[in-house]
Ligand binder design. Structure first.
Ligand SMILES: [Zn+2]
Length: 489
């Protein structure tokens, strides 16, 4: 008897889904990213902006508590950093900007409104290149953070330390087409923000927060083009979460369309929360339109002007950015992979450039000088990168003369520099025991020089010279000097 037939007989009929074979779907993803600036003080008052692991409500004042009559004064550094970030993202800077009030009620928003920018933000129309795909940036505007609601045992406690911390909101156009691309966009944004040192941009700590907006363009087999309703996803607290939430939402919207065949106008935006434990989004509310916030210009803060000259001054403070570094590294014949990896964070790329500098010093300092003297051309085959590496690794134990000598030996005869240094006693003695022995000899043999030193500390130079002589040039002069000074105290 065939058991399979028996089982199939009991399976419930499956609902036939529409369009599942020939339907073409394209995700449309935008990202709103909030970045907390690491200025010392808050956006509109002098309170410390540090709120991470700080005792609740200790960094507050009438301004950030929203008490009646308190007047906000914009933080100049924060405004300049917002402009700087805008410039790093290729934005244009509005010559005149102003703040506006966004009115809504929430317990952690004591004033009943948030000071933000709507019509005239500091920075507009930027872009980020993600693997050759240009993602347009609509704006980077300045605003203030809210306080924090802490839920404990069924009650809600409020902490206003975060209230008024400077926040830059970076809004992309919905140009991203996959969760992976969104992740790359966030990574790159984070990289740039860290390069220009305006924020830690730490997603886990909340100094960088992102809200994806997702819907899907559906081209049906009959040639019809429809869009699923737009969903904005809140409470995503990690990069993986962003990717999972986007993937979940894309699938959910397609499934929804397949089951009911209804695609609403994409301007109907709903807000959905992200439940990281269940790995799914859930409906929070049908979103109120922007008119409901009754935006109007903030009457307590005059418009802010950034002249072209001021903008150029800020542009000059920008460091070399990741994309520029990658181009530079590739022009040095590095692979795409290595160039990208090196440019990933500024500390790493600095280390690489230091190593490059060291190589340049060896090449120019020792080899070029010798070549010039002999009037000969450089022979690339005689440059041994491993030998250079060896020399750097022992740099602190070698005098600059020895470094030159070793570089030349490697170039001229191919000799391993470390072997050569050892055979010729070129390593400096930094061992304090041995140096102390030399120093004692010097002190005993030079009573007159010691007297001179007591009158004039600069006379230590002579004693160091003697110590170098006694050690037959092997002592590390700096450590030797320190030991002599210690013994003579
Ligand atoms: Zn304050």
């Amino acid at each position: 008897m065939n058991q399979n037939i028996f089982l199939v007989h009991h399976v419930k009929p499956v609902k036939i889904v529409r369009h599942d074979k020939t339907m073409k779907t394209t995700p449309i993803i935008g990202l709103e990213v909030h970045v907390e600036l690491k200025t010392k003080s808050k956006m509109f008052c002098g309170c410390s902006a540090d709120h991470f692991h700080v005792e609740a409500n200790t960094h507050t004042c009438p301004v950030c508590l929203g008490l009646p009559g308190a007047l906000p004064v914009p933080n100049k550094t924060a405004c300049e950093w917002c402009v700087k970030l805008g410039l790093a993202l290729g934005c244009s800077i509005n010559e005149e900007s102003f703040f506006e009030r966004k009115n809504y009620f929430y317990p952690d928003l004591a004033k009943g409104y948030q000071i933000t920018q709507l019509q005239k933000p500091f920075a507009v129309n930027g872009k980020l290149d993600i693997d050759g795909h240009e993602i347009r940036i609509n704006r980077a505007h300045m605003e203030e953070d809210t306080g924090k609601s802490v839920h404990v045992d069924g009650s809600t406690l409020l902490d206003f330390n975060r209230s008024g911390v400077p926040l830059v909101e970076i809004v992309s156009e919905p140009d991203l087409i996959s969760a992976l691309e969104a992740k790359k966009y966030l990574n790159k944004l984070q990289q740039i923000i860290r390069y220009i040192e305006v924020s830690d941009a730490d997603i886990e700590k909340g100094s960088m927060r992102c809200e994806p907006t997702v819907n899907v363009k559906i081209e049906t087999d009959s040639g019809e083009v429809v869009y699923t309703p737009l969903a904005e996803i809140k409470n995503v607290a990690s990069l993986t979460g962003v990717m999972n939430a986007i993937d979940f939402e894309i699938k959910r919207q397609i499934d929804q369309y397949q089951s009911d065949g209804v695609a609403k106008n994409s301007t109907n935006k709903t807000t959905r929360g992200w439940d990281a434990d269940k790995n799914q989004t859930f409906l929070q509310r049908e979103k109120e339109g922007s008119a409901d916030y009754r935006y109007f210009p903030e009457p307590d803060i005059p418009p802010i002007t950034f002249t072209k000259v001021q903008v150029e001054e800020i542009r000059k403070t920008l460091p070399e950015l990741p994309d520029q570094k990658i181009t530079k590294y590739k022009s040095l014949s590095l692979s795409d992979y290595d160039a990208n990896l090196l440019a990933q964070d500024s500390v790493f790329s600095s280390a690489f450039e230091k190593a490059l500098n060291n190589s340049a010093n060896l090449l120019n300092g020792a080899i070029r000088t010798a070549l010039n003297e002999n009037q000969s051309e450089i022979d690339l085959n005689k440059i041994n990168a491993t030998h250079f590496q060896d020399i750097f690794s022992k740099k602190s134990e070698l005098s600059s003369t020895a470094i030159k000598q070793l570089t030349l030996e490697s170039y001229n005869s191919g000799t391993n520099p470390l072997t050569f240094a050892k055979d010729n006693n070129l390593f400096q003695v930094s061992d304090t025991g041995a140096l102390e022995q030399f120093a004692k000899e010097v002190i005993e043999a030079n009573p007159k020089a010691i007297e001179d030193y007591r009158k004039n500390p600069l006379a230590i130079g002579f004693l160091v010279g003697q110590l170098m002589k006694v050690s037959k040039g092997s002592a590390n002069p700096q450590t030797g000097k320190e030991i002599l000074e210690k013994l003579l105290k």
